[in-house]
Every structure is written in structure tokens, then in C-alpha cells.
Design a protein around this ligand. Structure first.
Ligand code: FES
Length: 292
């Protein structure tokens, strides 16, 4: 089955460089306003292990869809007005989480994302005016504005789906590692081939690994950042809270513990797959629990 024409248009949007000036402007504003890092981490969803934006938009989207249904039933104006207002008020956290995630994406994702957010912004404005009209007793114009807003929100939702499922924004880019890595202990290489206290890159079964040797102790993570696939060995080795060695991703500065793989700071929300290690006759072996 062939793709519909408007899907091709959406794909073309990914390379619409004309959007870059507005993308850069909005990104600068978002990064100035949404601070400090712990606040950004909560908005990204670091504490819950995945993006929170898709869950938070359920409130305004649900309220507006319900208002649209009630608008078709005579005598439901009061309930419908309440839902329209609820949707407008609950849009704020959806905007905050969405823009925080968006501000640390690839440029193709940001171009699509800015159109997604613009459609939602116009829809929210229409719903705000719809609420005012309803409060003035002008229910017909309030309903018309609501239905136009609903069409825009639906279109924005489709674009958001393209962003997540086609462009893989907000998903765990390390999820497939356990499915691709072989079961059991695998040879990594001679212990002293790896520079001490540096980020080393290695490869086992075609998968890139990040290796940190400190004396005879070895920590190994997947080298592909769970956020958007950056090569972590090109990042920086730092000391985390409590002196734990951590790696800072070279692309968007997510911080991962080298000893646990846990996210110390976003935008990544999923941990890095961590490998168990042992040294047998001077050779490092690695094992990924649940692999295969
Ligand atoms: S690729 Fe974005 S933080 Fe690593």
C-alpha cells in the first residue's frame, strides 16, 4: 500500500530549512526559560523512565474531544464550556513538557516539532476564544471555534505521531541492544589494551560498547546513547554525585553513571544497557543480562 500524499508532505517538512530561523529562535527562548537542570529532568520524564509529554496531553485532548461530543447534544452547554476551559488551563504543562523535549532533538525532528507546536498553539487560542464566547452566551460561535480547534489539535496529534513513530523522537534508542546481543559471556579483549581511566570504544557481535578500565576494574555500557544514538565514547568522563564515574553524552549532555547505566541528568530518560564484566587470563569478558 502506498503512502498518502500528505504523509509525503510531512516527510518533506523534515528537510524544510526555511523553518530553521524560527526553530533556533524558539529553542533559545525555551532554553533560557526552562531551567534549572532538575526542572528540565522532571519535564523530560527522567524520574519515570520515559517522556511524560504523551501522558500529559491526554488532559487537554480528552477535555476538548469530550467537549466536542457534548456540543452535539442539546442542553449540554454548561458542561461543554467547563471542558473547554479545563483543556485551555491544562495545556500549560503539555506545552512545558513538549518544548523541553523538543529543545534537544535533531534538526529534522525540530522542524516537524515546531509545526506540531504551532498547530497546537493556534488550537489553544481558538479554544480560549471559544470559552469566552460561551461565557458570553454565544454558544454557536463557541461551538464552531471549538470544532475548528479540534480539527487543528487532531492534525497536530498526527504530526506528533510522525515525530515519535517515524522520526523516533522520545523513544529509547538502546532498547534493541538486548535483542541483538548474544547470550552468555562474550570476549571483549585483553585488559591492558584499554587505556586506563579513559572512555574506550570496543565492538562485540557488531554492537559498539563503551569501556572504562580503572586498574583491574572494568565498567561496560552500550556505546549508543539511549536518547538519540550519539556515540558516548566521544563524550566526556566526569565524576558524578558521590564520586561515581559518569559519561556526558557529546550531543545533548545527558549524563549516565558508568557503574549502573542509570540516567544522572537528561534529556535521556532510559538508562544505558550495562554489561557485567569479568577478567579471565587477562582477557575481559562481558555478559548482558536478558540478552538474546
Ligand atoms: S544523543 Fe542526546 S543526550 Fe545523547
Amino acid at each position: 500500500m502506498r503512502e498518502l500524499r500528505f504523509v509525503k508532505a510531512l516527510t518533506a517538512l523534515e528537510n524544510a530549512e526555511a523553518l530553521d530561523p524560527i526553530v533556533n529562535k524558539v529553542k533559545g527562548i525555551v532554553n533560557t526559560i526552562i531551567q534549572p537542570q532538575p526542572v528540565r529532568d522532571v519535564l523530560h520524564g527522567v524520574p519515570v523512565g520515559h517522556a511524560v509529554h504523551p501522558a500529559i496531553i491526554l488532559v487537554p485532548a480528552g477535555a476538548w474531544i469530550s467537549a466536542g461530543a457534548l456540543d452535539l447534544i442539546p442542553g449540554m452547554e454548561k458542561a461543554s464550556k467547563f471542558l473547554v476551559g479545563l483543556g485551555v488551563l491544562s495545556a500549560a504543562p503539555a506545552v512545558a513538557t513538549g518544548y523541553t523535549d523538543w529543545s534537544e532533538m535533531h534538526e529534522q525532528q525540530m522542524r516537524v516539532g515546531i509545526v506540531h507546536s504551532a498547530a497546537n498553539a493556534v488550537a489553544t487560542g481558538l479554544y480560549a476564544v471559544s470559552f469566552i464566547q460561551r461565557a458570553r452566551g454565544k454558544h454557536t460561535s463557541g461551538k464552531v471555534l471549538g470544532f475548528v480547534g479540534l480539527a487543528l489539535v487532531s492534525g497536530a496529534g498526527f504530526i506528533g505521531g510522525h515525530l515519535s513513530y517515524r522520526q523516533a523522537a522520545g523513544v529509547n534508542h538502546a532498547e534493541e541492544i538486548p535483542h541483538r546481543f548474544p547470550e552468555g559471556w562474550q570476549l571483549l579483549g585483553p585488559l591492558y589494551d584499554f587505556a586506563d581511566n579513559e572512555l574506550n570504544k570496543a565492538e562485540v557481535a557488531g554492537l559498539p560498547l563503551l569501556v572504562l578500565r580503572r586498574g583491574d576494574k572494568v565498567e561496560v555500557l552500550s556505546n549508543t546513547c539511549s536518547h538519540l544514538s550519539a556515540p558516548l565514547n566521544e563524550g566526556e568522563l566526569v565524576s558524578g554525585d558521590g564520586g561515581d564515574p559518569c559519561v556526558v553524552c557529546p550531543w545533548h549532555a545527558s549524563v549516565f553513571s558508568m557503574t549502573t547505566g542509570e540516567v544522572e541528568a537528561g534529556p535521556a530518560t532510559a538508562p544505558q544497557p550495562r554489561f557485567e564484566t569479568r577478567v579471565v587470563d587477562g582477557v575481559i569478558e562481558v555478559l548482558l543480562p536478558n540478552a538474546g
